[in-house]
Design a protein around this ligand. Structure first.
Ligand SMILES: Cc1cc2nc3c(=O)[nH]c(=O)nc-3n(C[C@H](O)[C@H](O)[C@H](O)COP(=O)(O)O)c2cc1C
Length: 188
């Protein structure tokens, strides 16, 4: 499978990167083709809410000429996608939120019978690294990602929250196995 991973921490060597790397290693062990996109290193502007995209039937059609159309091209061609974000203020990092907002250009006919998406039926998982615990901390992102997945018609394979991520060199031992499990459910 061709798998695209979206890493939305500003740190290229932080907790989110390390956890995602563990998932990616498992995928490569199983002979999948993995393309990493570090969103923090890209120019992805906020959605202008111009709705020009809605006038284009079968392509993103976004009028902004930044790095997002290239990312969308990779997502559209992918067989599976991992979204990976640090938990910021109980939600997505701004780097991820900008891309999620811009994903409006992938969807047409929302809430009607014509509801469709350019990433429809693509298996996807969400990886969340956070400094605190899971309970009472990651509940907003556990609520919002399934709604995004429903909106974009992704095949939502689940959310994997990695608590107690402070020092990248002292991540809890169990996180390695959880990262591999994320890769397994994405591709099974
Ligand atoms: C702006 C900001 C907001 C944060 N908000 C939360 C939070 O709401 N809950 C939490 O558990 N950790 C929070 N953290 C901690 C990070 O989620 C956590 O350390 C994460 O693993 C950092 O990932 P990174 O090393 O890839 O940057 C926050 C950190 C920053 C910088």
């Amino acid at each position: 499978m061709k798998i695209v991973t979206l890493q939305a921490s500003p740190h290229l060597d932080g907790n989110t990167d390390r956890l995602l790397d563990w998932s990616e290693r498992a995928l490569k062990d199983w002979r999948h083709d993995v393309t990493r996109i570090n969103l923090g290193a890209m120019n992805i502007q906020p959605c202008k809410a111009c709705f020009a995209c809605a006038e284009t039937p079968d392509a993103p059609g976004c009028v902004l000429s930044d790095d997002a159309p290239g990312v969308f091209g990779e997502m559209i061609n992918a067989d599976a996608i991992i979204y990976a974000t640090p938990l910021y203020m109980w939600g997505f990092s701004a780097q991820m939120k900008a891309l999620l907002d811009r994903s409006i250009c992938l969807v047409r006919g929302y809430s009607g019978e014509e509801h469709r998406s350019l990433i429809e039926n693509t298996p996807a998982t969400l990886l969340v690294s956070c400094g605190g615990p899971d309970a009472g901390n990651a509940d907003l992102i556990r609520e919002s990602f399934p709604r995004y997945a429903n909106y974009t018609r992704l095949d939502d394979r689940g959310i994997f929250v990695f608590p107690h991520c402070t020092d990248v060199n002292m991540l809890p031992n169990s996180h390695g196995a959880t990262a591999r499990e994320l890769a397994r459910v994405l591709t099974e």
